[in-house]
Structure formats: C-alpha cells, structure tokens
Design a protein around this ligand. Structure first.
Ligand code: HEM
Length: 347
C-alpha cells in the first residue's frame, strides 16, 4: 500500500473503506441463499459475454464471403479460439436460463407488485434483449441454420400488418438476405443490443438500490434478530463464489461439449429440418399451431400482457380480494413453457 496508496490518496481523496460504506446497502436475510439472489447470475454471465465477445470480434469477419471461414479459423486455428467460442456459446445458454429463473423467482414471490412495477417492465426489456442477443449471435456463423433462421424470422416479421414489410427490410437491408444482412446482424449483436443491455442493467440496479430488495417472510425464520446483513463483504462473497462456480461450470461444458460448426450457408438448398435454438422452441411450436399473422399478433399480445402484468394483477386483486390468483396463472404459464419446450425437443 504505502507509497502507491499515498500517491492515489493525495490525488483522489476517497478511501476504499469510505467507498464501501457509501455503496453498502442492507440486504434482506433471504438473499444469503443463491436461488433467492439469482439476479446476480445473468449479470455475471453478461460480463463473460462481453469479454469473450471482444476476443471473438478480433478474428470474426462479418461478410457473407468471410464469416463462415473466420468462425472455422477461430475454432480450429486460433490459440484457445475453440475455448473462447465455446465459453461464449455456453454462457449465452446459461444466461437465458438464469434470466428466466430470476424472472420466475421475482414472479412467484410477487416482487413485481407496487412499487416495483417499473423494474418489472425494465426486466421484461432485459429478457427481450437477452433473447435477441441469442438470436443475432447464432445468425453470425453463416452456416445453413444461420442463413435459413434469419430468412424464416424475417418472413415472420413480414406477416405483421402495416409495419411488417418495413421491419423486414430494415433487418435484412433489402428484400431478401444479401451482402448487407450479416453486417447489420453483427452491429445489432456486438454494439446496439449490448449497449442497450448495459443501460437497462444500470437502471434496473439503480432502481433496486433506491427501493431496496423486497422483504420476504419465511415461516421458519426466527422472529428475533437482525433481518438484514451487509452488502460488503457478505453478499459480495456470495456473488464471488457464484462467479467462481460458474467459471468452473463454463470451462467444463466448453471442454466436454465444445461449440461445433454446421455446413456453409447455401441459399439454393433449404435444409430438411429447420429448428431454432431451444429457447425459441415455444415460439416455434406456436408458429406451427397457428397461421402466420395470427401467431405473430397473439405472441405480441402475450408479451404485452407480461409487460403490464403488475397492473393486471393489481386489478384482479382489487376486484376479487383474492391475492394468490397470480400463482395459478404462473403455474399454468410455466407448465406450458416447459411442456412446449419438451414437446419440440422430442419431435
Ligand atoms: C440481464 C438480466 C437481469 C439482470 C442482470 C437482473 C439483475 C437483478 C438483480 C441483481 C436483482 C436483485 C435481487 C435478485 O438478485 O434477485 C434484481 C431484482 C429484480 N429484478 Fe432483475 N435482472 C434481470 C432481468 C430481470 C427480468 C427478466 C425481470 C422480470 C421481467 C426482472 C425483474 C426484477 C424485479 C422486479 C426485481 C426486484 C425484486 C425484489 O425486490 O425482490 N429482472 N434483478
């Protein structure tokens, strides 16, 4: 510390202890357990995505003639390229799973109720951004499924009345997949969506700090004694251990199941089976069940209901005086999501 510490202290008159005190917040006791503080997990995985994404972008070349070859080079030739790419891919999968689990914990503890409605809606934007990051990422490899996935998705956009055609054109940079498309997806994936995510996460956490985390009451919890503990160092240690476990898990998955690569995109050959990644299975099945416009508009309606759910829930509670209706809606929603995902996985 000595000389270097003093050098900094003379120029920046804040000590680590003061900084910790300033940013310390009382954390409710239930946050000692990982499954109650799941929000930190997607935040950690997002950082992993940024770091590995920057490393991948140093070799990735976003053009139809070069994209596939550059991914092959990263996988087979670049030092530790296979590892960075596999960690990036697995962290994306785990991040989506963690966001969904965090949303479920928030939902089933009714932590979205007044005054946390705004943070729920910011959370919904984070969920959509996470899913879009997943989709745009897969489209960059320029293998058959990337090409046909983008083509199918842009045709789905086209079925939206009034604005559909414009959205499709903006996405593709033309009427159909062309030389501008892949760089558009790259800019969305590597610049627009991550920047939006950083801003949304900052807002999410700022609001969280202003409101404090909701207090949960457990039956086996002693009545007496403190109800909170300190963020520094107690909660920070929990998050550091979660981070360490995640890093071991990511490395294990990347080594045992490294990211593969399919066949080069071929605009003239439609693959026999087009299947999106597992996190789009429910939407994919929905599209099989209903005709284009009906499927797209009803999906949009479901997302809209999820956005404004805290207000719908408040109205239901006010009208019926029954506080637990949301639990039944939640169970039905989870069963449907899990059922549809399993159904699509097995067919
Ligand atoms: C990248 C995605 C996300 C990150 C990094 C994140 C981060 C966090 C963190 C660190 C907390 C503190 C409590 C906890 O750990 O459970 C939290 C709470 C909260 N999150 Fe998220 N979150 C994300 C997505 C979402 C989503 C998808 C929703 C819902 C649609 C949501 C809604 C909320 C709400 C309402 C709270 C307050 C809960 C309470 O006070 O008990 N978040 N979030």
């Amino acid at each position: 510390m000595g000389v270097i510490g003093n050098w900094f202290k003379e120029r920046l008159p804040v000590s680590g202890v003061e900084l910790a005190e300033l940013t310390n917040e009382p954390v409710p006791n239930h946050m000692r357990r990982w499954w109650w503080c799941l929000g930190g997990t997607p935040a950690y995985l997002f950082v992993v995505q940024i770091v590995t994404g920057i490393l991948l972008a140093m070799y990735y070349q976003p053009a139809p003639e070069t994209a596939f070859e550059s991914v092959e080079r990263i996988t087979n030739e670049v030092n530790f390229g296979w590892y960075i790419r596999s960690v990036h891919k697995w962290a994306a999968t785990l991040m989506i799973a963690a966001v969904v689990l965090h949303q479920m914990r928030v939902y089933f503890t009714a932590a979205y109720r007044k005054p946390r409605e705004i943070n729920w809606m910011i959370g919904m934007c984070l969920l959509l951004c996470t899913l879009l990051l997943g989709f745009t990422g897969y489209s960059l490899v320029f293998e058959q499924l990337s090409y046909w996935g983008v083509t199918v998705a842009s045709n789905i956009c086209d079925t939206v009345p009034v604005v559909g055609g414009t959205i499709k054109q903006m996405l593709l940079g033309g009427e159909s997949y062309n030389e501008n498309t892949i760089s558009r997806f790259f800019i969305l994936h590597a610049a627009v969506l991550p920047t939006l995510m950083v801003m949304l996460i900052a807002l999410h956490i700022a609001i969280l700090r202003l409101q404090g985390i909701s207090e949960l009451q457990f039956e086996d919890e002693p009545e007496e004694g403190p109800k909170h503990f300190d963020f520094f160092p107690d909660h920070l240690y929990t998050e550091l251990i979660v981070g360490l476990v995640l890093m071991i898990l990511l490395s294990t998955l990347a080594t045992l199941y490294p990211a593969g690569i399919g066949t080069h995109a071929d605009p003239l050959t439609t693959p026999e089976h087009i299947k999106p990644e597992w996190f789009f299975y429910p939407s994919f099945l929905w599209l099989k069940w209903f005709p284009g416009t009906v499927a797209v508009l009803s999906s949009g309606f479901i997302v809209f209901v999820m956005f404004i759910w805290p207000f719908i829930d408040a109205m239901i509670v006010k009208a019926t005086k029954y506080k637990d209706f949301y639990v039944w809606v939640g169970i039905a929603g989870v069963l449907m999501l899990v059922g549809m995902t399993l159904w699509e996985a097995l067919h």
